[in-house]
Design a protein around this ligand. Structure first.
Ligand code: CA
Ligand code: CA
Length: 229
């Protein structure tokens, strides 16, 4: 019995907390609900995910978005919904993508990514920064009463690159493994290296001078400008 009373008390506390959070968000200025994305890096041919989150405790009944990005450089291959409940439909149309999530009652969307967009970077895509955002019609973002919920979308970004300078083993990081790999390559113990990344002094050759420069970079004795992380 005590347990039941305790859980009832906890439920009341939780509701009080939720109500106060709701009243804060209801009195907040328009546009306080943000949909925002994480950034990512990828090379041509690679698959990359951009997760979108919602920053607030706001509850929704309908969310509808049209992904917008550079179709010449990126191909949208999947959209996943991370909201635990409701229905999700993605039209799987690579040239005119659109998706909708809905639920008959208001739902909090949670801390996980609400939607995750998966792209393949097209072969031949130029290096650079490519914004990825979600467009919407304000009538398609609403609660269970059909009231619009104003929100703002902050675009994510995919940085397309060909190689990281000083990344000899092509694992997208620069560390001591790259030094060892380059040294072994120079004595024919390795054949598969990223020769663009290995040419750290950018003289179009891969040799002992690159090795020393890279080793000094890792030892903190010299900085290779533009070297990857
Ligand atoms: Ca590396
Ligand atoms: Ca070189």
């Amino acid at each position: 019995m005590k347990k039941r009373i305790l859980s009832l008390l906890m439920a009341v506390c939780l509701m009080t907390t939720l109500v106060s959070v709701c009243s804060v968000s209801a009195s907040a200025a328009e546009g306080d609900v943000y949909v925002y994305a994480y950034n990512a890096r990828a090379k041509a041919g690679e698959t990359v995910e951009i997760p979108f989150y919602i920053n607030s405790e706001e509850e929704f009944a309908c969310l509808t978005f049209t992904p917008d990005f550079d179709f010449t450089a990126l191909e949208l291959v999947n959209v996943e919904c991370g909201i635990p409940g409701g229905s999700f439909i993605y039209n799987e149309n690579p040239t005119n993508p659109k998706f909708i999530w809905y639920h008959p009652q208001n739902m909090a969307v949670g801390q996980e990514p609400v939607f995750t967009l998966t792209f393949v970077v097209k072969e031949g895509a130029r290096e650079g920064k490519y914004p990825v955002t979600l467009l919407f019609n304000e009538n398609d973002i609403c609660d269970e009463n059909g009231s619009r919920i104003p929100l703002q979308v902050e675009a994510g970004e995919i940085t397309i690159f060909r190689y990281l300078l000083a990344d000899v083993n092509n694992d997208l990081s620069v560390d001591s493994a790259d030094v060892v790999k380059l040294a072994r390559y120079l004595v024919y113990l390795e054949t598969e290296i990223n020769t663009y990344g290995a040419d750290v002094n950018k003289d179009s050759n891969v040799d002992g001078r690159d090795l020393i420069k890279l080793a000094r970079h890792m030892a903190g004795a010299e900085m290779i400008e533009g070297a990857g992380y």
